[in-house]
Design a protein around this ligand. Sequence first.
Ligand SMILES: [Zn+2]
Length: 171
Amino acid sequence: MKFKYFKDPDNFSYKMKSEEKCSVCNAVGIWFDAGGFYGSGELNCICDRCLINGELEELEKFTNDVYMGNEEQIREITYRTPTLPTWQDIEWPFLNGDYCIFEKFASKEDYKNKQEFIESILPSDKDLVDFDSLWSALPDKKIKNIKDGNNNTTVYLFSSNGKKVSTWDAN
Ligand SMILES: [Zn+2]
C-alpha cells in the first residue's frame, strides 16, 4: 500500500504502539495514531486502507493542514496522507507545482557532502538558516525510524522529481 507523498510510513509516521482495531473499519493492526489529527470528533486510530481510501473526509478529520496547489493535491495531503512527524507545525514543502514526497528524517549519510545538503535546502528556508550549524546538528548515522530521530533539531528529507529537498525544525 503506497502513499503518494509519504514514502515510508512504517518507519516515519506516528503509529500506535500495539495492535488495535481501526476506528473506521475495525480491522486489527498497528495503525496510524489519530490522536493528533485536526478536526472535530474522536478518533483513536486509522488503518492504511481507510486512510488511502479517504475515509477521513467524511469524518471531518484531517492529517495535515495545507493550502498550496490545486484542490486534488490539497485533498491528497489533507485526507489521504499520514501526518508529517514534526515538532512544530511546518508547512508541507511545495515545489515546481506539486507537493514534495516525504522520505525520512535526514542524517549526514543521506547527502554526498555538505554542499549537496546546502543545495537541497528548501528555497524559502535558505535565508533563515545558518548552514554550518544545521549541518553539524545532523546526526552522522542513518536514522532508521522515528524513535531513532529524537534530537533537538530534526532535518526532514523530501524529494521533488527525484531531487533532494530538505527542511527542518527544532524542539
Ligand atoms: Zn480501517
